[in-house]
Design a protein around this ligand. Sequence first.
Ligand code: ATP
Length: 308
Amino acid sequence: VFQLSVPLNFLGSVYRELRQSLLDMETLFNLQKVNIAVKEPKDAKPLLLTGGEIRFENVTFGYRPDRPILKDLNFTIPAGKKVAIVGPSGCGKSTILRLLFRFYDVQEGRILIDGQDIRNVSLESLRKAIGVVPQDTPLFNNTIEHNIRYGNMDASAEEVRAAAKKAHIHESIQRFPDGYGTMVGERGMMISGGEKQRLAVSRLILKDSPLLFFDEATSALDTHTEQALLAHINSILKEKSRTSVFVAHRLRTIYDSDLIIVLRAGKVTESGTHEQLVDRAGLYSELWSTQETLFGGNGDETNLSGEG
Ligand code: ATP
């Protein structure tokens, strides 16, 4: 038995990686037809978005049914608000996104978007409704222009440039050897992590989804680049009111959210605004003071702790 468990573990991690790269592919291509376990009903109607409220009701889910990751999970992400999901590593934050996209179905409970069970709506309309900036944006061996246009293959050259301007990447692109025609990806020019994530944001702008998901989108960046990207994202969010969900490790990137949902062991352990959670002296406040002790120290943070 012991000897067997090693190759099985290995297969498990290979499988997991495959699933995760599929997530990226699906996000980019919006490949409704390629899905593995999930079926849509014959009479599936398109998702009808009224404001963009996301609700998890008594959701239980595990990649293996005997090992639940989310346990009777309940939360509501109000329409048009900026919401953060935080919690210790492995508590199921990214799993929430995979369930929303219906890469898997819940084992118990239901997920509602604007009151509609996502199992009853067409997969195409569901996946179109959600735009994602992942932690590491995959680039295709193609031009910058093409890479941005993956957000919306029908976009005109002007729309691609307008999106790049909003994401604050247009000027950098103009400095690239062939501008928008510059080849990137494995066989093309290397671009920085910050530029990559701004490309992802321009894709998101082109896709124009009403629900936005930032899955550790800035976590691979240095603090300065991260702050700049977050400022751009915030100004884009202010333009139109959209539901936006930030999955984050570093609490300093999300403390200004309208609502912060704190997960522990597959359940919501507490939720509220930054101020409310700091006052509660629970897990959030514990994580906050640990991170401030570890990474704090400049003027910004002194101000922040003064407010909390
Ligand atoms: P982190 O903050 O480290 O990114 P997370 O909160 O986003 O973690 P998830 O990625 O949602 O956590 O994973 C939750 C749990 O599910 C982890 O224990 C992880 O190992 C496990 N897990 C994730 N994906 C799979 C998969 N495809 N198959 C099996 N187990 C998985």
